[in-house]
Design a protein around this ligand. Structure first.
Ligand code: NAD
Length: 499
């Protein structure tokens, strides 16, 4: 069986802990590899090597670092199909989705090709007699990225590209469910010119993560995953004096106003609710039609669309709409939540339970489920299901729909479908959610903006990628310099006042 280790000092190495966890093929349920779980000692050694390598990398000027990003971007493009296949093999998502995963990460690498401009400081000429002020952005040192299973290419690239472009070394701890893509990306960035040791990929579980959080050399931690772990990591990293940004789970609502184009809204809900088996932090999991007429119109359009969805393995071709979920435990949890929805009185309009695919009976497939008449106290509303389940909460008015979203614990993404500009504008301004779509179901901002939720969807300051990432991965230093030849006549008085 394939044994997956780590990537240390520019080469793949086996783990020494003797501890492993299984990597499944989610379509068949078979174990296809085992991945090593690092000990604290292995993690500390990887950090120490990274700290040595970081000195030379920080001294490499930003334009040269950007050239590494350029070559890395080219290599990702050349290896697009190979990387997408690696993603789909371990995650189970369709190949077009796998390519999308790589593509959205590549777009962040492309922004990092502009690192010199993004790292430019500020300058004040003649802030006082003979006095100029300037600020510079300096790398932090060794930083860490801890990433989830659901985007095995995109999120590691969101972490590594800006961190490295800023002159840091990075310890990347990918999800133990999907470790292979990160290792391949490490090989490609070495080929692009990154010096050995500047990116270390260390696989592991809680022991490896805790070793990162307690290591004094690690200056910052960027985490993406579920809310309880995000909160835990944020707390422990901050207590240990590290900069931390920890992005958590979500429950994203879409309001459908009575004036919306109902066909377009239904198409959007099917893609945003069930794409990638609902395993997206920006998936729409709650539809909120306003008024009974809009709700009924939506049910009428959604049911045939959902029933037509094709569920299958990524190897079955590009007409598969979504694949299996990540583990047997995830499948059991999702089906348990669907049961709870029925027991708690929601109307199950499309039932995805008991789904089975010939030849893949042991795969972790879950059929699509659609609930109507969901209320906020039900478990299917309160919990992040992270599966192919769409809940419909009927709202009597626009204000009730907005209040529902405002009172929800999460605040990652949301959307509204409407033909009315005033309503759309009011929604965008009022709602307490980090990313808003107007007639756009999954408003993941483009790579030169930034990505981040509010409320329990994010802990810490600054968003991921874009200009915020360049702030997160650097420290600002401001210099006040006085050169006496610059003191102009009449300026002497002011000069004394400045002392
Ligand atoms: P997870 O929280 O289980 O795991 C994320 C990372 O944390 C992994 O690397 C894992 O090894 C590590 N980890 C797990 N348990 C830990 C523990 N007890 N102590 C220390 N580290 C631990 O998340 P997941 O299941 O891999 O990913 C799905 C979750 O990620 C969903 O909740 C989803 O909404 C969220 N997500 C959020 C965003 C965002 O940007 N807000 C993006 C993608 C996914």
């Amino acid at each position: 069986m394939e044994e997956i280790g780590h990537y240390i000092d520019g080469a793949r190495v086996a783990g020494t802990s003797g501890r492993f966890t299984e990597v499944f093929n989610p379509a068949t349920g078979e174990v296809q590899a085992r991945v090593a779980l690092a000990t604290k000692a292995e993690m500390d050694a990887a950090v120490a090597k990274a700290a040595e390598a970081q000195k030379g990398w920080a001294a490499t000027n930003p334009q040269r670092r950007a050239r590494v990003m350029m070559r890395f971007g080219q290599l990702i493009n050349e290896h697009m199909d190979e990387l997408a296949e690696l993603v789909s093999r371990e995650h189970g998502k369709t190949l077009p989705d796998g390519r999308g995963d790589v593509q959205r990460g590549l777009e962040v690498v492309e922004v990092c090709m502009g690192a010199p401009a993004l790292l430019k400081g500020e300058f004040t000429d003649d802030g006082g007699p003979g006095i100029d002020l300037y600020s510079m952005r300096q790398p932090l040192g060794v930083v860490a990225g801890i990433t989830p299973f659901n985007f095995p290419a995109m999120i590691p690239l969101w972490k590594m590209a800006p961190a490295l472009a800023c002159g840091n070394a990075m310890i990347l701890k990918p999800s133990e469910r999907c470790p292979s893509t990160s290792l391949r990306l490490a090989e490609l960035i070495k080929e692009a010119g990154l010096p050995d040791g500047v990116l270390q990929v260390v696989n592991g579980d809680k022991e490896a993560v805790d070793a990162i959080l307690d290591n004094e050399t690690v200056q910052a931690v960027g985490f993406v995953g579920s809310t309880p772990i995000a909160q835990y990591i944020y707390g422990r990293a901050a207590t240990n004096g590290k900069r931390a940004q920890c992005f958590g789970g979500a429950k994203n609502h879409m309001i459908i106003m009575p004036d919306a184009d109902m066909d377009k809204a239904a198409d959007a809900l099917v893609g945003a609710g069930f794409g990638a088996a609902g395993e997206r932090c920006m998936a729409i999991s709650v539809a909120v039609p306003v008024g009974q007429e809009a709700a009924d119109a939506l049910v009428e359009r959604l049911v045939p669309r959902i029933e037509k969805l094709k569920v299958g393995p990524y190897t079955a071709g590009d007409d598969v709409d979504f694949g299996p979920v990540i583990t047997a435990a995830a499948k059991a949890r999702i089906e348990g939540l669907v049961e709870s929805g029925v027991a708690q009185g929601a109307k199950l309009v499309v039932d995805g339970r008991g789904f089975s695919l010939q030849g893949y009976e042991n795969g972790f497939f879950v059929g699509p489920s659609y609930f109507d008449n969901v209320t906020p106290e039900m478990d299917i509303y309160r919990e992040e299901i992270f599966g192919p389940v769409l809940s419909q909460v009927r709202a009597d008015s626009y204000d009730d729909a907005v209040d529902l979203i405002m009172e929800n614990a999460y605040g990652n993404g949301t959307a509204i479908y409407t033909a009315d500009g005033d309503t759309a504008r009011d929604f965008a301004h009022r709602v307490n959610v980090g990313m808003v779509g107007i007639n756009f179901p999954i408003p993941v901002p483009l790579s030169y903006h930034t990505f981040g939720g509010w409320k329990k969807s994010a802990f810490g300051d600054l968003n991921q990628y874009g200009p915020d990432a360049f702030r997160f991965y650097t420290r600002t230093k401001t210099v006040t310099a006085r050169w006496f030849s610059g003191i102009k006549e009449g300026g002497e008085f002011n000069f004394k006042a400045m002392d």
